[in-house]
Each structure stands twice: as structure tokens, then as C-alpha cells.
Design a binder for this molecule. Structure first.
Ligand SMILES: Nc1nc2c(ncn2[C@@H]2O[C@H](COP(=O)(O)OP(=O)(O)OP(=O)(O)O)[C@@H](O)[C@H]2O)c(=O)[nH]1
Ligand SMILES: [Mg+2]
Length: 405
């Protein structure tokens, strides 16, 4: 079975050259931001970035993605930088990937594969591992089909070969499909467990609030702060993969469940969205959301936009509050501008906090309590919605988080 280009933990500590393509001025800015993010993704894998650049392309070459001139000049750059792997920000077809690997004589990966590799490295729970392995195999299947004519030759003899005339590639595909279906069965059993647990939680009528947001926004840190949980919070992308739920006691003695879960990222690979559907179900089934945004991030608005879009794709319509965190890292003079830009994206007053200085945490506690009260009025509660639900400002084709309170 072909083993190159399969995301795996061996990617760790490689020397990486990063390439992001763009077509015009508008996409140049986006590519620059995505290249920065790709650098962070590579850093999360402990890769040393030895070279990185943006490449302007009028059209992509069907065989090699880049034009032949670029393929040659990058060959020289790869040799002089000592890169051992090249990572594209763009999605490559299996054929383009294979041809570039041949031309440069090293492993070529795309953004999806880097994200898959990070997930593979960080998955801890049985469910997480199965989800990641399934996503990897789903990603691999079309790659077996494309471009590797040398594998198409008939393979005689012993072992894996199936019926007469089955080619090696067919054997590989059959094995992978078989593996995927075994993993699906295991996953279904774990999903049943998870929904039983969720049903048990829901049978006690406690409101649940999912902390959602871009990866590295500060979700786990807030959960730890609010509930004395000890979830790993680290300056890494995708520090959290497995959802963690903790009981949270409000000031007035109300109880609610806070759930921290996997972070979002732009271009979240479709294979991962599929494989992580039961984990993401924790978000979809929560009675409310706290959308956490790192207010100090230069791309905070773009990150919030990705989160709103992802929530809309997941048909999440619960009431939500916007939490702008890491405010201690934002210069005093810029605060007002940043806070109003982000809140205008959702037509809602944000809760501005810092988990480091503790600033705004009492407001966050109060907002959670108000949401809980609105969702589950209970005895003596104020039935009005005290917190405006998050509704994204109207954008053509933009995300649509419908307010539910
Ligand atoms: N200065 C400052 N740093 C913070 C704050 N909140 C979180 N951080 C840091 O930001 C980094 C990411 O925090 P996490 O809580 O792991 O972020 P997350 O959203 O759970 O990230 P993933 O699990 O990777 O999606 C960590 O290094 C935290 O210490 C804050 O309010 N101020
Ligand atoms: Mg986390």
C-alpha cells in the first residue's frame, strides 16, 4: 500500500517549506493570513518552517498545480533550505500531489493533511482516535485511485489478492473500505454510549452551554476558570479534541453544565467534520452557546466569521452570547474599536473578559446565569430574556444564527 502522503505522526519535527497560492490582490491578503495560520499549524506539529512564500497563479496546472517554471525554481529553494516536506495551503488533487512528490523527491502535503496529522497526534480518547483514523482513511481512498498507475499493475500470488484479475489498487481500496466499515461500527457503539450519557444529562433538566470558538481562542482556559476543571489549555492549535462537560454553579445557586469542545478553523476538512459529527453533536444539542473569540488576534473578525459560518452549517439555532477574551493582551487605545467591530458582526453586546486578570469574569458568570434562567425559567425566575441572543449582522450569503430566545 502506498504510504507517502498519509498524514502521520512522523511529520513531527520535519523541516517544512510552506506555499500558499493566490490569484488577485483580494485573495493575496487572505492567502497571507492563511499562510500565517499554516505556520502555526506546522509549529503545532513541531515542524521547523525553513521557507515559506506566496505564489501568484493565473490558473492552476492540472498536473503539477504550479507552472513548470515554479516547479523548477522551488526545486532549487527546497535544496538550499534543506526542506524535508512541502506543505501547500491549497487543496491538491491526488495527481498534482503525486507529480510534485516525484519532481521534488520529497513528501508533499496539503492543509487538510496537516490538520489531520495534528488531530492524529492529539487524539486521546478511544472515540477521538477512531474518528481521526476514519477521517484519514476517507482522505486516503481517492488518493489510491489517482495517478499511481504503477500500482495498477496486476499483482500475482499470495495473500491479499482477491478474485481473479483484482489489481493491487483494488485490494488496497477493499482493505481500506473494510477498515472504515469496522471503525464505523465501533464508532456507532461509542456514539450510542455518548447519546445515552447525553440523555441522562438531559433527563435532569439542567441547561447546557457549549463553549465554541476558533481553535486557540481560550475556551478551555475559560472552562477551567469557571469550573475549576483541569482541561489542557495550551498555546497550540487543537489542544482540545474531546468534549469535556463540567457543572457550573451560578451566584444565585443555579446549576448548569458547561461543555468545552474541539475548536473550529477555516477550511475544516470535510472528512473531519464527518468523523467528528458525534463530538460536534455536543455543540448542536447544547441549550445555549458561548461564542468565544480571542480579541487580541489580528484576525479576530475573520475567525468569528468562520465560527458563525460553521455554526450555521451545523444548523445551530440556540441563543448565544459573544465572549471576547484575552482582553489583557489588547492595547487600551484599540479596545473600543475592536470590541465594536466584533459586536457589530453579531448585533449583540459582547462580554469582554480576561482569564489572566479576571477582568469581566463576574459579567460572564452573570450572563451565563441570565441565559440559563431564560432557557429554564424555573422557580421565581425572570422569564424575559436578559441577554440579547447572538444574531449575525445581515451579510449576503453570510451565516445565519437564528435567535431562539
Ligand atoms: N493573555 C491571555 N492568555 C490567554 C487567555 N485565555 C487563554 N489564554 C492563552 O491562550 C492559549 C489558548 O488557550 P486555550 O484555552 O487552550 O484555547 P482553546 O480555545 O481551548 O484552544 P483549542 O483547544 O486548541 O481549540 C493558552 O496559551 C492560554 O494560556 C487570556 O484571557 N489572556
Ligand atoms: Mg481547548
Amino acid at each position: 500500500m502506498k504510504t507517502t502522503s498519509i498524514p502521520n505522526p512522523e511529520l513531527v519535527r520535519q523541516k517544512a517549506a510552506l506555499i500558499a497560492s493566490y490569484t488577485d490582490q483580494k485573495s493575496e491578503q487572505k492567502a497571507a493570513y492563511e499562510l500565517d495560520e499554516l505556520r502555526e499549524l506546522a509549529r503545532t506539529l513541531d515542524c521547523e518552517v525553513v521557507d515559506s512564500d506566496m505564489v501568484r497563479l493565473r490558473t492552476t496546472h492540472p498536473d503539477t498545480f504550479l507552472g513548470s517554471g515554479s516547479v523548477s525554481s522551488w526545486k532549487e529553494r527546497i535544496v538550499s533550505s534543506g526542506a524535508t516536506v512541502v506543505v501547500f495551503n491549497d487543496d491538491l488533487s491526488p495527481r498534482q500531489q503525486h507529480n510534485l512528490e516525484q519532481a521534488w523527491d520529497l513528501q508533499v502535503l496539503d492543509r487538510t493533511e496537516i490538520i489531520l496529522a495534528i488531530f492524529a497526534q492529539r487524539a486521546r480518547s478511544a472515540e477521538g482516535r477512531i474518528q481521526v483514523e476514519m477521517a484519514q482513511l476517507e482522505h486516503l481512498l481517492p488518493r489510491l485511485a489517482g495517478g499511481w498507475s504503477h500500482l495498477e499493475r496486476q499483482r500475482g500470488g499470495i495473500g491479499l489478492r482477491g478474485g481473479a484479475g483484482e489489481t493491487q489498487i483494488e485490494v488496497d481500496r477493499r482493505l481500506i473500505r473494510h477498515k472504515i466499515s469496522k471503525l464505523k461500527t465501533k464508532l456507532r457503539a461509542l456514539e450510542r454510549q455518548r447519546s445515552t450519557q447525553r440523555a441522562a444529562r438531559q433527563s435532569v433538566p439542567l441547561p447546557t452551554c457549549a463553549l465554541v470558538g476558533y481553535t486557540n481562542a481560550g475556551k478551555s482556559t475559560l472552562l477551567n476558570h469557571l469550573t475549576q476543571a483541569d482541561v489542557l489549555a495550551d498555546n497550540l492549535l487543537f489542544a482540545t479534541l474531546d468534549p469535556t462537560s463540567r457543572l457550573f454553579h451560578t451566584k444565585s445557586g443555579r446549576r448548569m453544565i458547561l461543555t468545552d469542545t474541539v475548536g473550529f478553523i477555516q477550511h475544516l476538512p470535510a472528512e473531519l467534520v464527518d468523523a467528528f459529527s458525534s463530538t460536534l453533536e455536543e455543540v448542536a444539542s447544547a441549550s445555549m452557546l458561548a461564542i468565544v473569540v480571542d480579541a487580541s488576534h489580528p484576525q479576530a473578525a475573520a475567525q468569528l466569521n468562520t465560527v458563525l459560518q460553521t455554526l450555521a452549517d451545523m444548523d445551530c439555532t440556540q441563543p448565544a452570547i459573544l465572549v471576547l477574551t484575552k482582553i489583557d493582551l489588547v492595547e487600551e487605545l484599540l479596545r473600543h474599536e475592536i470590541v465594536s467591530e466584533l459586536s457589530s458582526m453579531v448585533n449583540s453586546d459582547p462580554i469582554v473578559v480576561s482569564a489572566v486578570s479576571g477582568e469581566g469574569i463576574p459579567n460572564l458568570r452573570a450572563a451565563l446565569e441570565a441565559m440559563a434562567q431564560a432557557a429554564f425559567p424555573g422557580t421565581g425566575g425572570d422569564h424575559r430574556a436578559p441577554v440579547a441572543p447572538v444574531a449575525p449582522a445581515a451579510q449576503p450569503g453570510g451565516p445565519g444564527l437564528a435567535p431562539a430566545i
